[in-house]
Design a protein around this ligand. Structure first.
Ligand SMILES: Cc1cc2nc3c(=O)[nH]c(=O)nc-3n(C[C@H](O)[C@H](O)[C@H](O)COP(=O)(O)OP(=O)(O)OC[C@H]3O[C@@H](n4cnc5c(N)ncnc54)[C@H](O)[C@@H]3O)c2cc1C
Length: 504
């Protein structure tokens, strides 16, 4: 059974590879190493996707923003990885998202012209990455009528039409991390949450069960530090300059009749936008900021000035302002950027693989879209440094659990929500819930509370197969109900019920 474990129980005393952190990077490293035939132990101090990986914009993006900064290699890599994710490894979790930049009076004709050239270059990146038009349609300039049909909330006075382009959008970032981690388990990796690593060296580390306090030393032939913004706490040579990105959550009816993402240019900046991103659960996320920070808390708080900034920029494109009291939730995440002396907005989003004096291999920086490549580079380096015998990287052609073509997914006999979140595993998610709870299908598939979309069936799977052990695991990472505090309150009884029924 492809199950994520909680705590130290059943954790082997030695492995070829010890992976620290189960964000997208660590989960990717665990899968890469396990699928090359190496034995793997991968742990997180908290839970899968506890850190930055659940606070992203949930875009699998093609790197256009890097091209604008002259980082052609980063842009190409992003486009290639987007194509692999959308066409091979995780097509069930990603959809093509139409993105509209309205040409309002605030966008000068020169800026509009440059943006149009950028979209053409973005399409060349798509072509260079061999991503087909059936996956990502051609970007184009559209007229005023089509702009307002796609987004009737856009301010019509002085509107010159819009620029329409396409990028990948995840069902949810935490669900991608879970899919990668469980696929690693399917390839033999031991994946454990609530296990904190300390004193890592190139040959092992001390692992502590955060619930019981029990500690044990685990020996490994190589240790890979994928602890994101916390990487520097484990390896003193690593110096990071984290930057905070904040998103707001709005109800869908706050921006009625919007059928695409809206890009609002930040006044005075040539290549910065605030995005309103429609989500599958009938909300919008509005983001994002880029502010350097000194503190690294476990869960960053979005400050009021970030919220005001996002509303101010978004409202420049709207016929009616979104008010502060319409913001039903907000979240912030910290980018794990390497300190290179420049401002955080200018620091390259390219990842780095660094080997410490004691032999710990750290992989840091980058972005969610490029996790597979980051993992490949980290494992290649670790294999060389430790002199391991391992196969070559296979992950570019290795579908994650649940992956299926659009035709396969459409033919499944399962509710659409489960197919969107679990792909070809959706029928098994339901069958598992029936088997372990004995409840009728209708009860397992009903919304867990009025106005919410999550079902008991997926919460049950979270506990039996995805290592969820607490209400927070279920509401903040297996589902994202917790992003809206009012919804979270409604959902707590269902999460408690499931933990009572099937929790350890
Ligand atoms: C606001 C924002 C928006 C973004 N949007 C996008 C986007 O749309 N698309 C995109 O491609 N990228 C995006 N990114 C970038 C992307 O989210 C990050 O690069 C990526 O998630 C980092 O993942 P990670 O696994 O390296 O770190 P994390 O997800 O932070 O994982 C590190 C893990 O290590 C664990 N850990 C730490 N210390 C220890 C220890 N001692 N022992 C055991 N475990 C430990 C933590 O609990 C954590 O779970 C965004 C970033 C931000 C901040």
């Amino acid at each position: 059974m492809t199950t994520i474990n909680v705590g130290l129980a059943d954790l082997p005393e030695s492995a070829d590879v010890l992976v620290i952190g189960l964000g997208i990077t660590g989960a990717g490293v665990a899968l890469d190493a396990a699928s090359r035939g190496l034995s793997v132990v991968a742990v997180d101090a908290h839970d899968v996707a506890f850190g930055t990986s659940r606070w992203s914009s949930k875009l699998v993006h093609g790197g256009l923003r890097y091209l604008a900064r002259g980082q052609v290699d980063v842009a190409h890599e992003s486009a290639v990885e987007r194509g692999i994710l959308m066409q091979t490894t995780a097509p069930h979790l990603i959809r093509a998202l139409p993105m509209l930049m309205p040409l309002t009076p605030e966008v000068t004709r020169v800026q509009g012209g440059l943006a149009r050239v950028g979209l053409r270059l973005g399409d060349l990146l798509r072509l260079g990455a061999r991503t087909g038009r059936e996956t990502l349609p051609r970007p184009r300039r559209i007229g005023v009528t089509e702009t307002l049909t796609l987004a009737s909330v856009v301010r019509p006075d002085g509107l010159r039409g819009g620029l329409l382009s396409w990028d990948g959008q995840l069902e949810d970032d935490a669900r991608l991390v879970l899919a990668v981690a469980r696929t690693a388990v399917a390839h033999g990796a031991h994946v454990h949450t609530r296990v904190r690593v300390s004193e890592p060296t190139g040959t092992g580390a001390v692992l502590t069960d955060t619930r019981t306090g029990e500690s044990r030393t685990v020996r490994a032939r190589t240790v890979i530090n994928a602890a994101g913004v916390w990487a520097g706490d484990l390896v003193e040579e690593i110096r990071l300059r984290p930057s905070r990105g904040t998103h707001l959550v709005l109800r869908k009816d706050t921006l009625p009749g919007v059928r695409c993402a809206i890009m609002a240019p930040v006044p005075g900046a040539s290549n910065r936008f605030v995005f309103a991103l429609p989500q599958p659960d009938e909300t919008f996320y509005v983001g994002l900021t880029d502010e350097e920070v000194d503190e690294i808390p476990d869960v960053p708080e979005p400050p009021e000035e970030d919220i005001e900034f996002l509303l101010r920029v978004l409202n420049t494109t709207l016929r009616q302002d979104v008010r502060r009291d319409q913001v039903i939730g907000a979240y912030a995440g910290l980018r794990p950027l390497l300190d290179s002396g420049s401002t955080t907005a200018d620091i390259s989003r390219k990842h780095a693989v660094l080997v410490s004096r004691t032999g710990v291999v750290t992989v840091v920086g980058g972005k969610l879209t490029a996790y597979r490549r980051m993992a490949q580079d980290a494992v290649d380096r670790a294999v060389t440094e430790a002199g391991l015998t391992a196969g070559s990287c296979r992950t570019a052609s290795l579908p994650l659990l649940g992956a299926g073509s659009p035709t396969e997914l459409a033919a499944l006999d399962a509710p659409a929500r489960l197919v969107r979140r679990f792909g070809t595993e959706a029928p098994a998610v339901l069958a598992n819930a029936v088997e372990v709870t004995g409840l009728p299908e209708a009860e397992l598939l009903a919304p867990i509370a009025p106005g919410l979309h999550a079902t008991l069936a997926e919460l049950v799977f979270g506990v039996t197969h995805e290592g969820a052990a607490t209400v927070e695991d279920l509401l903040d990472r297996r589902t994202r109900i917790g992003l809206v505090p009012a919804d979270r309150e409604l959902a707590v009884p269902a999460a408690e019920k499931v933990l009572g029924l099937v929790g350890g």
